[in-house]
Ligand binder design. Structure first.
Ligand code: PAF
Length: 283
C-alpha cells in the first residue's frame, strides 16, 4: 500500500494506478477504522480495479463544542487494517493541504444541509460536502463508497454529486452491526460498559417501528410514538431526533407506503450516536 500526503504525490499515484488497474474505487474516512469501513473497502475491491482510501479528520465538519480534538486517531492500526484489505493507495493529508490558509470556498447543499443531523450540528454538512468534493477532485475516483449508517450524509452527498455533475458513481453499502445490533461507529469506543448497554436503545426503537410496519402500520406518527416510548424507558439517554422522512429529501412523510427512512440520533452520556433503517415501498 502506497501512503501519500501531498496533492502532487496523490495525483501521480492515481494516474499510475488507473493506467495499471483501470477503475478506482474510493473510500473516504476519518480513520479509527472498524468492520464497517472494512466492508466499504471490500465493496470497492469487488467493483473496481484499484482501491484508494483517505484518512483525514476533517476539522470543518465539527462544531466548536464537538469532539474534534479527542476524535480517535489510530493511524498505525488503520494502516495495518488497510494493508490486510490489500488497499492500493492511502491518502492521508495534513489540514493545510486540504485547506490552504486563504481557502474560502464552501460547498453548501441548501435545504438538505439543515435537516436531521444538520439541524443540531449547524454547518456540519457544509464541512462534509466541502471536504468530499475536495477529496473527489484530488483522487478522481470512478466510484465512492459510503455507509448507509450516515443516511443524511448520503442524501447530502448524492445531491451534491448530482447538482455539480461530478463523474463519480455513489455506492451506498449496508450498515455493519455488532452481534447485538449496535451500529458500528468510531465513536462507540467512547462508551463506558453501562453506556454501551444503553446505546442499544437506538436499534431497539428502530426495530419496534419496523415490526409495526410489518404488521400493517403506515402512519409515521404511530411509528414515532412507538420509538419515543422505547426511549422513554431510558431517561438517561437524551434524544436528539427521531424522524420518519423521505430518504432523498430528508423531509418528513406522513405515511410510509412509498417507503421511508426511520432515523434516530441520541446522546448516550456525552456521546452522540445515530442509526437508521430504510423501509422499502409497499409492493
Ligand atoms: O463519514 C465520514 O467518515 C466523514 O463524514 C467523511 C465522509 C470521511 C468526510 O469527512
Amino acid at each position: 500500500m502506497q501512503i501519500v500526503r501531498t496533492l502532487a504525490e496523490t495525483r501521480a499515484a492515481v494516474r499510475a494506478l488507473r493506467a495499471e488497474k483501470g477503475s478506482i474505487g474510493f473510500v473516504p474516512t476519518m480513520g479509527a477504522l472498524h468492520a464497517g469501513h472494512r466492508s466499504l473497502v471490500q465493496a470497492a475491491r469487488a467493483r473496481c480495479g484499484a482501491v484508494a482510501v483517505s484518512i483525514f479528520v476533517n476539522p470543518t465538519q465539527f462544531g466548536p463544542n464537538e469532539d474534534f480534538s479527542r476524535y480517535p486517531r489510530t493511524f498505525a492500526e488503520d494502516c495495518e487494517a488497510l494493508r490486510e484489505e490489500e488497499v492500493d493507495l492511502l491518502f492521508a493529508p495534513e489540514v493545510a493541504t486540504m485547506y490552504p490558509a486563504d481557502a474560502v470556498t464552501v460547498v453548501r447543499v441548501e435545504g438538505l444541509r439543515d435537516r436531521l443531523d444538520g439541524a443540531s450540528r449547524l454547518g456540519h454538512f457544509d464541512g462534509v460536502a466541502t471536504v468530499v468534493a475536495n477529496l473527489f477532485q484530488i483522487v478522481q475516483p470512478d466510484a465512492a463508497f459510503f455507509g448507509q449508517k450516515d443516511a443524511a450524509q448520503v442524501a447530502v452527498l448524492r445531491r451534491m454529486v448530482r447538482d455539480l455533475h461530478l463523474p463519480v458513481e455513489m455506492a451506498i453499502c449496508p450498515t455493519v452491526r455488532e452481534a447485538d445490533g449496535l451500529a458500528m461507529s468510531s465513536r462507540n469506543r467512547y462508551l463506558s460498559p453501562e453506556e454501551r448497554r444503553q446505546a442499544l436503545v437506538l436499534w431497539r426503537a428502530l426495530q419496534v417501528a419496523e415490526a409495526l410496519v410489518k404488521n400493517g402500520e403506515q402512519k409515521a406518527e404511530r411509528l414515532l410514538e412507538a420509538m419515543r416510548s422505547v426511549f422513554a424507558a431510558l431517561p438517561d439517554v437524551r434524544v436528539d431526533y427521531l424522524a420518519v422522512v423521505d430518504a432523498d429529501t430528508l423531509l418528513p412523510v406522513q405515511d410510509v407506503r412509498r417507503g421511508a427512512l426511520l432515523a434516530a440520533a441520541a446522546y448516550v452520556g456525552t456521546t452522540r450516536l445515530i442509526d437508521n433503517l430504510l423501509l422499502p415501498p409497499e409492493v
